[in-house]
Design a protein around this ligand. Structure first.
Ligand code: ADP
Ligand code: MG
Length: 648
């Protein structure tokens, strides 16, 4: 249905008014019914006094803005039906803008600025560069490819802007007062360029307040107070081909290439604002480092508690007879009680211990010590191994053997001559016993030297030393520490039935450890939370800076949109910036955390370093970037192109 006679651009009764939405300001009608037709290949000048509505008209022509009413047909199609992405596509493929104020992205070089429209069209990098370079060379800017806008004169900047307008083909060049900021020589050059473009078949729409400039165009449309007052009409049918839809002609660059490009741009911005970026980074660095350090310290203390408890048997409980009153001793424990305890679920081993003071003798040396009779379960339940010689065994128990193992203190007293105690005879309460083993050192606990003892088989203790079979205490080893309290309760209940009285005491060491572990865990969680909070604070810092960045770069966002960036391109760019900041911060934080943990370790602070914590902290920081970068990025993406372009 598109024919050669279909105007490329047809405006029918276009109106545009501002304000009047009940917010105090009265409505201003800037355009009051503009109708005009422009054919492909025409060179048109729109002229009018300042304030007559020319720029407003150009923004509508270039699909940067929508009219309040009226119809805009582009190549026969009503643009009011186009969504934001379709309009972006039209700006990218059909239009090239040249503004009075050049509107270059200040952080990028001349060539990079020219490349921007191709970036959003998905042109491959090599092709993009080559084309930008050749365009700039054609416009006499070959020697200034890598200059930033601030290093270029006004005329040079405008030439960069024209090259940019031509980057994607520039079928329609919209120039709003392109010479307005230039001296007359540069202005003349720019005009010559536009005339040349027109002669090459580009449709050129020049907007100016200067009649002398306007008359250089074959067709002049005059605008006054938002209305067309005169229109030279198409001078001649240039007969150039109408705008042909070329959607997808460039193909879409891969998502990875897009992301890489966004990262590169993000890096440039970050580098350009080094000081501010490093301040923002600081928050994330501290956050990540503290997550790592605090988790290492928390886990370290947890492990320390565990190790401490291991030495005294984390799975051991003690049962003893409870005196009924201060005078009455109550019924002693019996070996039947031991059997009842051994039959309780979750009980792994039981060691009865008959304890009383004895005198040990060797030669002329004698020593008052704690004597004890117990079973071979002793070593296991109390985690108290024999390190020299051997523990007595079942045979010794059955044969009521006169064998003994001694603690380190007894060894020191009786064997001060340094001889090997194993195999030697000693007297225990005047009864000869043979030393068959030496217990490992245990240190002191509860103010008592645990190593000051001699231990013999239970049967020998009963018949040769004490004459009674009543354990002073019973050590119980359980399987599952989580069920420690339950098991203690069961033992208590069973003994109450067996003894017909609730007269035993149970020290539930496992339970005490569990409580202590829980405390240590709580501390870890608390430390982790504190660290997480600092990371969140860091994230808020990122958000703050991102919001600032978006505000500062509103103009740039507008430029990018005018050159065809879609909302998602803008979103991607700002998200990339936020993520770059947080991942660089995360990386530095990771290193700092590791160094701190190592330092603490050197100073003897118990730390437990985990890669999982590091991974967690790092991904949390990147996530922070995602979350806190999203809002500012979305704000940027949702900006209206005209508002962004004209905004400060
Ligand atoms: P020109 O480019 O011809 O000098 P403009 O199109 O920039 O004129 O502006 C025409 C009129 O519209 C001016 O009076 C200006 O104050 C008004 N105008 C332009 N943009 C806005 C806006 N966003 N809000 C309110 N008034 C505006
Ligand atoms: Mg203007």
């Amino acid at each position: 249905m598109t024919t050669v006679n279909t105007p490329l651009i047809a405006l029918r009764g276009i109106r545009k008014s501002y304000g009047g939405g009940g917010h105090g300001a009265p409505a201003t009608d800037v355009l009051r019914g503009v109708s005009l037709e422009i054919h492909a290949g025409e060179f048109v000048a729109i002229v009018g006094a300042s304030g007559s509505g020319k720029s407003t008209l150009m923004n509508i022509l270039g699909c940067l803005d929508r009219p309040s009413s009226g119809q805009y047909l582009f190549d026969g199609r009503d643009v009011s039906a186009f969504d934001a992405d379709a309009l972006a596509w039209l700006r990218r493929e059909a239009f090239g803008f040249v503004f009075q104020g050049y509107h270059l992205v200040s952080s990028e070089t001349a060539r990079e600025n020219v490349e921007i429209p191709a970036l959003y069209a998905g042109t491959p990098e090599a092709e993009r560069r080559a084309r930008a370079t050749s365009l700039l060379e054609r416009l006499g800017m070959g020697a200034r490819l890598d200059h930033k806008p601030s290093q270029l004169s006004g005329g040079q900047q405008q030439r960069v802007a024209i090259a940019r307008a031509l980057m994607n083909g520039g079928r329609i060049v919209l120039a709003d007062e392109p010479t307005g900021a230039l001296d007359s020589a540069s202005g003349a050059e720019v005009m010559a360029l536009l005339r040349e473009l027109a002669s090459q078949g580009h449709t050129v729409i020049l907007i100016t307040h200067d009649r002398e400039i306007a008359v250089q165009a074959p067709r002049v449309i005059e605008v006054k107070d938002g209305m067309v007052t005169s229109d030279g009409g198409p001078a001649e049918r240039v007969g150039s081909a109408p705008f042909v839809r070329t959607h997808g002609a460039h193909g879409q660059a891969s998502a990875i290439a897009d992301l890489r490009e966004a990262m590169r741009a993000a890096w440039r911005v970050m580098w350009g604002n080094r000081f501010r970026t490093s301040l923002t980074l600081l928050g994330i660095v501290i956050g990540v480092a503290s997550v790592i350090v605090m988790l290492a310290v928390g886990n370290g203390s947890q492990q320390k508690v565990m190790e401490d408890m291991e030495t005294f048997g984390s799975r051991t409980m003690f049962v003893a007879a409870n005196p009924v009153s201060s005078r009455e001793r109550g019924a002693p424990l019996t070996l039947d009680d031991v059997r009842v305890i051994a039959d309780t679920p979750n009980v792994e081993a039981v060691a009865p211990y008959i304890e009383d003071r004895v005198v040990v003798q060797r030669g002329s040396v004698d020593h008052n010590t704690e004597g004890g009779g117990t079973t071979l379960e002793f070593s296991k339940t109390l985690r108290w191994p024999v390190i020299e010689g051997a523990m007595f065994d079942e045979v010794d128990e059955r044969q009521v053997a006169k064998v003994a193992v001694i603690g380190q203190t007894v060894r020191k007293r009786l064997f001060a001559d340094g001889s090997n105690p194993v195999g030697q005879d000693i007297l225990v309460d005047k009864v000869p016993f043979q030393v068959i083993g030496v217990l490992a050192a245990k240190g002191s606990s509860g103010g008592e030297d645990q190593d000051d003892r001699v231990v013999v088989p239970l049967s020998s203790a009963i018949s040769r030393l004490y004459g009674h079979p009543n354990p002073t205490w019973i050590a119980v080893q359980i399987q599952d520490t989580d069920r420690a309290s339950q098991t203690a309760g069961q033992i208590e209940a069973r003994l109450a039935v067996q003894r017909r009285s609730r007269d035993v005491r149970i020290w539930n060491q496992a339970e005490a450890i569990r409580v202590q572990m829980a405390t240590a865990q709580t501390m870890t969680v608390m430390l982790g939370l504190i660290a997480a909070v600092s990371l969140v604070v860091g994230g808020i810092g990122v958000m703050n800076v991102m919001l600032m960045t978006v505000r500062e770069r509103t103009r740039e966002i507008g430029i990018r949109m005018a050159t065809g960036a879609r909302q998602r391109d803008i979103l991607r760019q700002f998200m990339a910036e936020a993520m770059l900041v947080t991942s660089v911060g995360g990386g530095i934080g990771l290193l700092l955390g590791l160094v701190t943990v190592l330092g603490l370790k050197l100073f003897g602070v118990p730390v437990l370093f985990s890669t999982a914590a590091c991974a967690l902290a790092f991904s949390f920081s990147v996530l922070t970037g995602l979350i806190f970068g999203f809002m500012p990025a979305r704000n940027a993406a949702r900006l209206d192109p005209v508002v962004a372009l004209t905004g400060e």
